[in-house]
Design a protein around this ligand. Structure first.
Ligand SMILES: Nc1ncnc2c1ncn2[C@@H]1O[C@H](COP(=O)(O)OP(=O)(O)OP(=O)(O)O)[C@@H](O)[C@H]1O
Ligand SMILES: [Mg+2]
Length: 240
């Protein structure tokens, strides 16, 4: 993969477009979007349903490739990366949190987290210790042995956040992480993500949740595939 310059931004989206066959007509899901996300920034993307948020997240995470433009992560052009390189990148550098939690139903909270560590090749000793640390971080030490169906939605999402952060990702992609949660529980999830950003994880999140303005460094808005408001950085980030 190509590497550019010194200390590049965590995410750089340059003139990216993505269209799909919409059954007889072309759907322009993302149109000429350019966006820079700084290391440790918590960026929220808002916009109506169908405005292109998920498509843009997928392009940033290397789950999909743009038709035009480039995406750079830490200065590396992922648009020209091979499938194998993208798989390694997603496994080692990116954490994912989705609306529907996505926990494995037959595994306990601890096992769901530990599995992510095992897949990444962490030793059995480190796996147990890191799992304990992560459960503690999300306030679920007492629920370690419980399976998803024994946990509330908010607790399940806390496990999913712990799992996403397990391997110290540089970038966390969250698509509507509070979409199925009530306001109070959603605020807990935003608080955990905000904490992760404070510790240097770059977070790009799509959300409909108006509460996000209290947590994000910047809120950008999409409409019809375009970035219509690229927001203003608030808080201490711009002094870094
Ligand atoms: N694989 C695909 N094939 C065809 N059309 C697609 C595909 N993926 C997305 N689209 C279309 O692209 C547009 C943007 O979709 P996207 O899922 O990115 O929106 P969104 O902002 O995430 O919406 P929501 O808030 O409902 O999650 C929509 O019109 C959608 O139907
Ligand atoms: Mg979406």
């Amino acid at each position: 993969m190509a590497v550019r310059g010194e200390e590049p931004p965590a995410v750089e989206v340059c003139g990216v477009s993505r269209h799909f066959d919409g059954g007889g007509h072309t759907v322009y899901a993302v149109r000429d979007v350019s966006l820079t996300v700084l290391s440790g920034e918590l960026l929220a993307i808002v916009g109506r349903s169908g405005s292109g948020k998920t498509t843009l997240l997928n392009l940033i995470a290397g789950l999909d490739r743009p038709d035009e433009g480039s995406v750079y992560l830490d200065g590396r052009d992922i648009t020209s990366a091979s499938e194998a390189e993208l798989t390694a990148l997603r496994r080692n550098h990116i954490g994912f949190v989705f609306q529907s939690f996505g926990l494995l139903p037959l595994l306990s909270a601890a096992e769901n987290i530990a599995l992510a560590l095992r897949i990444a090749g962490v030793s059995a000793h480190d796996e147990a210790q890191r799992t304990r640390e992560l459960l503690e971080m999300v306030g679920l030490s007492a629920r370690a042995g419980h399976r998803p169906y024994e946990l509330s939605g908010g607790e399940q999402q806390r496990v999913a956040v712990a799992r996403a952060l397990a391997n110290h990702p540089r970038l966390l992609i969250a698509d509507e992480p509070t979409g199925e949660l009530d306001t109070v529980t959603g605020a807990q999830i935003f608080g955990l993500l905000q904490q992760a950003a404070t510790e240097g994880v770059t977070i790009v999140m799509a959300t409909h949740d108006p509460l996000i303005v209290d947590y994000a460094h910047r809120v950008v808005e999409m409409a019809d595939g375009r970035l219509v408001d690229s927001g203003e950085v608030k808080g201490a980030l711009d002094q870094r």
